[in-house]
Design a protein around this ligand. Structure first.
Ligand SMILES: [Zn+2]
Length: 57
């Protein structure tokens, strides 16, 4: 099975981002059926919001 880089529109910011062949292979390996809906920046932001929940700085 060969993967090819794929361009996806981010659900949050509307920017295009690349779902790379490597990432697709990783998703397949993890049995993740759904493609990412958000770009990396938005995913990092979400993650940061969760991680910094008690951080007021
Ligand atoms: Zn985004």
């Amino acid at each position: 099975m060969e993967f090819q880089d794929k361009t996806i529109i981010c659900k949050d910011c509307g920017n295009e981002f690349v779902f790379t062949a490597n990432e697709q292979a990783f998703y397949r390996e993890k049995n993740l059926e759904h493609e990412p809906k958000r770009c990396k920046a938005c995913r990092d932001k979400k993650k940061a919001e969760r991680d910094n929940h008690s951080d007021n700085v």
